[in-house]
Write a protein that binds this ligand. Structure first.
Ligand code: GBH
Length: 490
């Protein structure tokens, strides 16, 4: 097995775990005073999710949290990345709206349970589930002044309630997706777009850039608050996590070499350059002109340096060709087909994903060189083609996912030991099959198969593979998992 070729350990204190997000797993949408989020209603509109299903049950993790923690422990994790549902904490979302003690109590108990099992909580504050009432009241992320204040107060409530125990905070998950998929392509909540077949309102040429600007500022204000009021006593880390896939020139023509950088500018640099370097990518300004909202000097001072680390979510590599009119990709065409007609890697269930581990290693190197901060890999994963149509016995032998993780974990160790990249965490997406947004439940990313009829969990071969890789993390108590894991071994 490929593990045998990995002879170097992961660094001491490396955070090894799995990732999820509240709306994708919790279900129980009305339990204990939770207010609705923008995904509640959006998912139920005709045509918005592939199977017409929403988050009502998901993996029922709001109820099955003890079982989930047992399973996590059996996977030998050192950490678990999950998100908090804003509308469970503040059902109406706003800065003057009441706090929901039952919501706080749920997460508090969950965090205690993780800690009692030696699992470090790695917490995302915003993974796309905006309280619906903020969307209704003032247009959500389109209204910078309102949302920045409301988000910062929400963050404050979380730091106060959980910061004594949570030392790893992510302000936002993948702002590119919030802006482009929510307000440009219109495929994610709130579903706004210029495409009138999709949405009665919206302007894809302006709104995504406004939303991105608000998200950056909300993030930066929350970080300032944490650093001033909480970090001195709580001593945690706070940062943002960005999606971004490696961009490879289609061939070595100068225009396609430029195209690959342009793709990175729009996918990553839009957020990372302001946050880590203090300016926008010049190419973005060139393309968007006055549509790119600028920051005031005071705002730039707040934004620059507002993340303690680089949070990296990555899945694939795109071959980039200059041209096309997809502004959200920087007017770059993406393909997986090489000039000689071969495919870059193994095709996943989703059109946008192929397996290409060298790209993962290249991206780690690019980000470390450019932004010069420790990297926390907060998501990385694969959806096996056709997995949902297979009988369970077949689905759990997820060879393509094992191959994917063989590649990325080998690339991870190579980047750390041979390239000198400072990587501090690795969180495969996902712990469980779950609500895959616009794909509904048809696309499965889990290392654990969830039978949605019974809610029974079945570890896939990939979970067992990763358990073996993870023994290269030196400071685990081996006993803790060797006792419980055989329960789940088939
Ligand atoms: C992550 O996003 C999410 O954080 C997580 O919630 C999700 O379940 C997981 O990935 C799996 O999808 O321009 O419409 O072709 C992944 C990042 C970025 C992947 C956009 C899909 C192409 C969108 N996504 N990308 S499109």
């Amino acid at each position: 097995m490929a593990v045998a070729t990995i002879d170097k350990k992961l660094p001491k204190d490396f955070l090894w775990g799995f990732a999820t997000a509240a709306f994708q797993i919790e279900g129980s949408m009305a339990a204990d005073g939770r207010g609705p989020s923008i995904w509640d209603g959006f998912a139920k509109l005709p045509g918005k999710t592939q199977d017409g299903k929403g988050g009502e049950v998901a993996t029922d993790s709001y109820n099955r949290w003890r079982e989930d923690v047992d399973l996590l422990a059996s996977y030998g994790v050192k950490s678990y990345r999950f998100s908090i549902s804003w509308s469970r904490i503040i059902p109406l979302g706003g800065r003057d709206d009441p706090i929901n003690p039952a919501g706080i109590a749920w997460y508090s108990r969950f965090i205690d349970e993780l800690l009692s099992r030696g699992i470090t909580p790695f917490v995302t504050l915003y993974h796309w589930d905006l309280p619906q009432s903020l969307q209704d009241r003032y247009g959500g992320w389109l209204n910078k002044d309102e949302i920045v204040q409301d988000y910062t107060r929400y963050a404050k409530v979380c730091f106060e309630a959980f910061g004594d125990r949570v030392k790893h905070w992510l302000t936002m998950n993948e702002p590119w997706c919030v802006a482009i998929l929510g307000y440009g392509r219109g495929v994610f909540a709130p579903g706004r777009s210029s495409d009138r077949e999709r949405s009665p309102e919206g302007d894809s040429s302006t709104e995504p850039w406004i939303v991105g600007h608000s998200v950056i500022l909300a993030h930066a204000h929350a970080v300032k608050l944490y650093r001033e009021e909480f970090k001195p006593t709580q001593k945690g880390l706070v940062g943002i996590t960005l999606n971004g896939d490696w961009a490879m020139p289609y061939d070595d023509s100068p225009e396609n070499m430029d195209a690959a950088q342009h793709a990175l500018d729009f996918a990553i640099g839009w957020y990372a350059d302001p946050i880590y370097l203090g300016h926008y990518p010049p190419y973005m300004r060139e393309v968007l002109g006055a549509r790119m909202p600028d920051f005031t000097p005071e705002e730039w001072a707040l934004v620059k340096g507002s993340s303690d680390f680089y949070g990296m979510n990555t899945y694939t590599t795109n071959l980039c060709r200059a041209g096309g009119d997809d502004e959200f990709q920087g007017n770059v065409d993406y393909t997986f087909t090489r000039p000689d007609g071969t495919q870059l890697g193994t095709q996943a269930h989703c059109a946008w994903l192929q397996d290409y581990p060298d790209g993962f290693r290249s991206l780690l190197n690019y980000l470390y060189k450019r932004y010069k901060l420790p990297i926390y890999v907060t998501e990385n994963g694969f959806a096996v083609k056709g997995e949902n149509d297979m009988p369970i016995e077949q689905a759990i032998i997820d060879t393509d996912r094992v191959n994917y993780f063989t590649g990325t974990t080998t690339a991870l160790l190579g980047a750390i030991h041979e390239d000198g990249v400072d990587v501090r965490s690795y969180f495969p997406w996902s712990f469980l099959d779950n609500f895959e947004w616009a794909d509904g439940y048809l696309t499965r990313f889990g290392v654990t198969y969830v039978d949605y009829e019974t809610q029974k969990r079945y570890p896939k071969a990939s979970a067992k593979f990763l358990l073996k890789v993870r023994v290269f993390v030196p400071n685990f108590t081996i006993l803790g998992f060797s006792v419980s894991f055989p329960l789940y071994m088939s």
